[in-house]
Design a protein around this ligand. Sequence first.
Ligand SMILES: [Zn+2]
Length: 297
Amino acid sequence: MRNLKQVIRDAKVGRSAVGHFNISDSTQFNAIIGTSSKLKLPVIVGVSEGEKKFIGLENAIALVKGAQARGVEVYLNLDHGHSVDDCKEAIDAGFDSVMFDGSKLSFEENVEHTKEVVEYAQGRSPAWCKATQDDQNASILVEGELGYIGSSSKMLDAVPEEVESAMTTAEQAVRFVEETGVDILAPSVGNLHGMLKGLQNPAIDTSRIKEIADSVPETMLVLHGGSGVTDQDFVKAIESGISIVHINTEIRRAYRAGIEQAFKDDSEQISPYKYLNKGRDAVSEIVERRLELFAIR
Ligand SMILES: [Zn+2]
């Protein structure tokens, strides 16, 4: 099995991107890896702090390791770790990558904490490496965030002001990457977490992505807040240098809608496998559409 770094590098060379989808439970996990296997495309599964707490760290690891052992190219990411300790816990547990979210800190503090996580991850490998002896060279990747992209995957009434005013510059990106040594960078390029109610999310500043990508050519770029972005913007963003795309809100919305539909169809239903499966199928549909789009070229 390729390690995550190779997967992202290969996507970059092929001018495509790897899909990153968040999960809260094993039903969503099964939808995601089922689609990944069907399309024969690698996939990253992410858990934020709340999601990790709900599913359980050990359960998340066990699900991913089990699927990897069956040949599915699935990788586990800690999404938006807000403390260094949180990231260290995920590194110790053997995640493939961790993201330290220092976007609310000053530039200097963000650099300091991100760097601490990068140093801690050095020489440590994902859980599946220990189990399979598959790739002793694989190390856990660290992602940092720079600029404002909002904070939660929910339905929004309006675009937060900072989305325009706090975009990442190429100059900041260079300084941040040099000072922290991150493998992956999440810039602010007009993207935002969550989806607008009844409106299109703002356009992605693809020329800014290109500028940042050219300035930090060794760093992998990730686009957070992919829910609500137009297909056209995704294609342009990937062509401009994005190698990972995060989708969360769309998954949450589809999961709930699928389960609601199951109860509309049969309000007396009490078997979880007969209503959760509708949620699972709705998630699979989103994942399939997104993976196919990100894999274009
Ligand atoms: Zn995010």
